[in-house]
Design a protein around this ligand. Structure first.
Ligand code: C2E
Ligand code: MG
Ligand code: MG
Length: 751
């Protein structure tokens, strides 16, 4: 459990660390992406700005070149007739992109197809072109149309002499369409500045909105020496290009500049720093959003997992607590369970010095509790156990414990000063029970073990109390017994027997004796026998009472029973072979056999093996056992009957069965226990025997009385119409050879 828990905690921690690591990684990733994007965007902006400048420059240059190309048409223009001059002007205007083409002679007299003649000698573009340099004018107001125009002027040169000036007039607004393209999603503005910083062309989108005539260089406040040197660069070189940032009206801007190559103009592209960030922010926002979603998924996953784990953990803890609680409670009485009792007692013992001798373990049991259940039903039986538990509980003092260990068996740990104390407590308890549990008069057995060694295992202590109790089990009134060392000796003896029993069976230490059975009609007639096992060890015989109960406890009895059965079978076979008169021999079968599913089948197989009919066997089952489980018994009896075995109920009268219960069982013989014969003059006992015999007769069963020792008993039984008898009066159990001589002696003598 702990292992799983630890590994789960480790797993959670590991996941947590992974999640945190991913979050940190995401954070750094976003940071670096943001920085890289910013740098990239600056570079990109610079590139786009330069591109734009180049494109504007080349578009203006193209227009200027187109004017320059038309100048050849105007060489010798002044020699043409007025009509011819108008025709050339009109033709050129039509061919060009300009809305008007003007020819200006060296005196400044201008001629145009649209407005005729005028005087333009004071125009800057005219004087510059007159000096041989093509140029573009700043925005000027057209005299005739009042619209804002730019003039592209080029000298008309012949033989190295400027003959005049050709000027193409372009509407400023139209020109803007031609030269400006939208950059940076319309966020950047491209200005064409004069070398002194005044704006020549404003773009449609003018983010600076400077007043006309104001120099950009005056307005912006360069923040560092580098930027001042940039200004100087723009002012000085025709090919200068670069970038700078500046503050204007509390806003920061980034600008990229490039000299246009003529007119001493510079194209400056300006963008708000925040817009360039916003641009990178689009990408960044997406990246961040993805990163955030990912982080959220990780965190949510982690949280869900954590909550689930926490819930399952709590459930588990609750379940364990409930289970532990159940483990420590006896469900029937609600009192402490056996586990709890062991735990409590152990704890007391761990804190009790060895020589204090103040504790005693009592093992208590209800005699024949089964009959309580039989008479009152399980529910009532349970109520009685409950009352008993309450009585024990009520009689406990501080530091004392009790438990219901199993069905009707209780353990109680009490404190005492001397034996009188213990007797007193038991006596009080018996009285309490007698008066307070009226439904049924319980007979209680108490086994007491006075604890002198507190390091002893609690279960072993209880074993000793049990041992003491078992010595009085079966008595007819409540009683108690103290454990003494002889009981231990008995236990050791039992252990010793267990150690040698297998070997003893293999080395033929067990022998079968036969005790003849007689007909009460003809006292001289042996009508059969009972097989009784004997154990010879080291030249001495161990009586069945010394080992059968032990074998019944450890289950070895089933082997012994089969051994006896087979020995009898072998013997019957020998007699069969010799054509002797066959007699039924009864074999005792312990209750243990009833639990074995192949019990009857195995007996049948043995008969088969020796080819002896099953009818020559009688199976004896003692009455005390007979009714513990009527279902099994019925099944086994029917099976035995089907195979052809005879069945007898041994020691009849010692148990609690009634003939009424027997009537549905295929029983052939009732063996009346010898305890009924203890006193042949006891009328009550005789009465019972008489009843049993007549009832058996009515159920078509035969009767046999065992333990017949006197002629009086024989007479009485004969008178009561008992069928058969078995006892020392007739013959003791004897070795098979002796039995053979006794029963088949005459036949043997003849052969
Ligand atoms: P049980 O089956 O009731 O056997 C009759 C017992 O009464 C035998 O004792 C027998 O020796 C004894 N007995 C016979 N006639 C008299 C008599 O006139 N006076 C007195 N006082 N006793 C008499 P045993 O052989 O000592 O056997 C005791 C019990 O051990 C048997 O009682 C039977 O329950 C059990 N037993 C013996 N052999 C086997 C066996 O092979 N298998 C099983 N499962 N039990 C066996
Ligand atoms: Mg018997
Ligand atoms: Mg008997």
């Amino acid at each position: 459990m702990g292992g799983i828990f630890n590994s789960k905690v480790k797993y959670t921690l590991f996941l947590g660390i992974v999640a945190v690591a991913i979050i940190i990684a995401c954070f750094f990733y976003i940071q670096s992406v943001s920085r890289a994007l910013e740098e990239d965007n600056l570079i990109l902006f610079d590139e786009i700005a330069t591109e734009t400048a180049n494109s504007i420059g080349s578009k203006l240059g193209e227009l200027l070149t187109s004017v320059r190309n038309y100048t050849y048409r105007f060489v010798g223009f002044e020699n043409l007739s007025e009509e011819e001059q108008m025709a050339v002007l009109a033709e050129t205007t039509n061919a060009s992109v300009f809305h008007d083409m003007i020819y200006i002679d060296t005196e400044g007299v201008a001629l145009s197809a649209s407005f005729g003649e005028t005087f333009l000698s004071r125009r800057d573009y005219f004087s510059i072109a007159s000096d041989g340099m093509s140029n573009i004018s700043t925005i000027i107001v057209d005299h005739f149309t009042s619209s804002r125009v730019n003039v592209f002027a080029a000298p008309v040169i012949s033989m190295g002499q400027v003959e005049g000036v050709l000027a193409g007039v372009h509407d400023t607004e139209d020109l803007k369409d031609v030269i400006y393209t939208e950059t940076f999603g319309g966020k950047a503005s491209c200005y064409i500045l004069n070398f002194d910083g005044t704006i020549v062309f404003r773009p449609r989108i003018d983010i600076l909105e400077l007043d006309p005539g104001i120099s950009l260089f005056e307005v912006i406040s360069p923040t560092s020496d580098t930027e001042q040197s940039i200004m100087a660069d723009i002012n000085s070189s025709q090919n200068s290009q670069g970038n700078f940032s500046f503050e204007f009206e509390e806003e920061s801007y980034i600008a990229s500049y490039k000299a246009i190559g003529f007119n001493e103009w510079v194209i400056v592209t300006v963008i708000r720093s925040s817009d360039i960030l916003a641009f990178s922010n689009n990408v960044l926002t997406m990246t961040t959003t993805f990163a955030m979603i990912f982080m959220l998924i990780v965190i949510a996953g982690w949280l869900i997992w954590g909550v689930k784990y926490w819930i399952s953990r709590r459930k588990h803890i609750k379940a364990v607590a409930e289970r532990d609680n159940l483990k420590y409670v006896d469900l029937l009485t609600g009192g402490p369970s056996f586990e709890k009792f062991l735990f409590d007692v152990k704890e007391v013992f761990d804190n009790t010095p060895d020589d204090s001798g103040i504790y005693a373990m009592i093992s208590m049991d209800i005699n024949k509790f089964r009959t309580v259940n039989d008479h009152l039903g399980y529910e009532e039986g349970g109520k009685i156990l409950n009352k008993l538990a309450s009585l024990i509980q009520a009689g406990l003092m501080e530091g004392e414990f009790y438990t219901r260990r199993s069905a009707d068996s209780f353990c109680i740990l009490i404190k005492y000063v001397n034996d009188v104390d213990i007797f007193g407590r038991i006596e009080t308890f018996i009285n309490d029970t007698y008066y307070q549990i009226e439904e049924y008069k319980l007979i209680l057995s108490f086994g007491v073990y006075k604890i002198d060694d507190f390091s002893m295992d609690v279960r072993s202590i209880i074993d000793r109390a049990d041992l003491a109790r078992k010595t009085i089990k079966g008595s007819n009134e409540s009683a108690s017994a103290f454990f003494d060392d002889n009981m231990l000796i008995k236990i050791r003896e039992e252990k010793r027997i267990e150690n040698i029993m297998e070997y003893a069976l293999e080395s033929n230490e067990f022998k079968v004796y036969l005790q003849p059975k007689y007909s009460l009609n003809d006292h001289s007639k042996v009508i059969g026998a009972e097989a009784l096992v004997r154990w010879f060890r080291d030249g001495k015989m161990i009586p069945p009472g010394g080992f059968i109960p032990i074998f019944e406890k450890n289950g070895f009895i089933t082997k012994i029973d089969k051994f006896v059965f087979e020995e009898v079978c072998k013997q019957q076979k020998l007699w069969m072979n010799r054509k002797f008169e066959m007699r039924t021999i009864s074999v005792n079968m312990s209750r243990m056999n009833l639990q074995e599913p192949n019990f009857v089948r195995d007996l049948y197989e043995i008969c088969n093996k020796y080819n002896v009919p099953t009818k020559y066997f009688e199976i004896e089952i003692t009455e005390s056992v007979a009714f513990e489980n009527l279902d099994i018994l019925t099944r086994v009896f029917n099976e035995l009957k089907n195979y052809g075995f005879h069945i007898s109920i041994d020691d009849f009268g010692t148990g609690y069965s009634s003939l009424n219960m027997l009537k549905n069982l295929p029983v052939d013989v009732l063996k009346i226990d010898r305890s009924f014969l203890s006193d042949a003059k006891n009328e009550r006992a005789n009465n019972i025997i008489s009843h049993v015999i007549s009832l058996a007769l009515s159920l078509h069963m035969k009767t046999i009385c065992e333990g017949i020792e006197t002629i009086e008993q024989v007479d009485l039984l004969t008178e009561l119409k008992c069928d058969m008898a078995q006892g020392f009066y007739f013959a003791r159990p004897m070795p098979i050879e002796e039995y053979e001589k006794k029963v088949y002696g005459e036949v043997l003598a003849m052969t």
